[in-house]
Design a protein around this ligand. Structure first.
Ligand code: 5GP
Length: 262
């Protein structure tokens, strides 16, 4: 499929126009950033793994009736998606306390929350994605009440589904970030779709037994080889095509990531 002009370049992805109106091509880069762009690296193969993992997760969500922007994966690094207007809020769902929650409120690292916690952050790199309240969302018209109620329900439903999916492969879904967008149809049939990606870049995933990190914290906190962690997630999801001579946990610097074709 022929890519058109670049619409937007973010830290981990690029969006290009696609031949059909209302669609776009989402390209996954190998770039990794953390701490509001202060830490940067290029990690060969990360984009390929995130493309495949996110495709798998968003397709699974589509199958249970959660509408997403994903149309199909078109190659190793790219997906065809529905073009949406992103709501400028990061929806953070937490099951276990870690990261900014522990820093902000002094909650002990690893505390299992009595019920999932939904937080809202305003999407702004220059402001460092600040935490906001529901009232800010209404006051500054980031999203209306009906849309926010719908998204809130979707967030908890997605959490239920993903927690179960990861539990089945020995992984704890600690927390994750979601983004939603509005289709640019006429306002009468405007739809809210789950957008962006769901991958180890946007989730915290811990091995259920050892609590070994399998997500972007490997890069953020220099905890180990990020590709090995992401490959382990893909392997457990049964979407990594393993070579017979490759042992998933042990090898140190893979140069090639092979993804199963559908
Ligand atoms: P925290 O607020 O603890 O830093 O992050 C909570 C969860 O949301 C983590 O799973 C983290 O990966 C995800 N998250 C929050 N903000 C961002 C962001 O700007 N980019 C990405 N990739 N993930 C984010």
């Amino acid at each position: 499929m022929k890519k058109g002009k670049k619409l937007y370049e973010g830290k981990a992805k690029i969006l290009y126009t696609a031949p059909d109106k209302g669609t776009a091509i989402q390209h996954f880069k190998d770039d990794a950033t953390a701490f509001n762009n202060q830490k940067k690296a290029t990690i060969e193969g990360k984009g390929i793994l995130n493309n495949r993992i996110s495709e798998h997760i968003l397709s699974s969500l589509n199958n249970i009736g959660i509408e997403t922007h994903l149309i199909k994966r078109i190659n190793m690094r790219e997906q065809l998606i529905k073009l949406v207007e992103i709501i400028p809020i990061e929806f953070i769902i937490r099951n276990i306390a870690t990261g900014s929650l522990t820093k902000r409120l002094g909650i002990e690292e690893g505390t299992v929350l009595q019920k999932p916690l939904l937080e809202f952050c305003y999407k702004s790199d220059s402001l460092g994605d600040p935490l906001i309240a529901r009232e800010h969302i209404y006051a500054f018209n980031y999203c209306d009440v009906t849309a926010l109620n719908f998204i809130t329900k979707q967030c908890f439903r997605i959490n239920d589904f993903l927690q179960g999916m990861f539990k089945g492969i020995g992984i704890k879904l600690v927390d994750f970030k979601l983004e939603f967008g509005k289709t640019k149809n006429t306002s009468t049939n405007e739809k809210i779709l789950l957008a962006d990606e769901i991958s180890p870049d946007t989730c915290r995933l811990w091995d259920a037994t050892s609590e070994k990190k399998l997500d972007k914290d490997l890069f953020r906190k220099d905890l180990g080889n990020l590709i090995q962690g992401y490959q382990e997630v893909a392997r457990r999801l049964n979407i990594l095509h393993e070579q017979s001579n490759v042992r998933p946990i042990k090898f140190s610097k893979p140069t090639e990531v092979r993804i199963k074709k559908k």
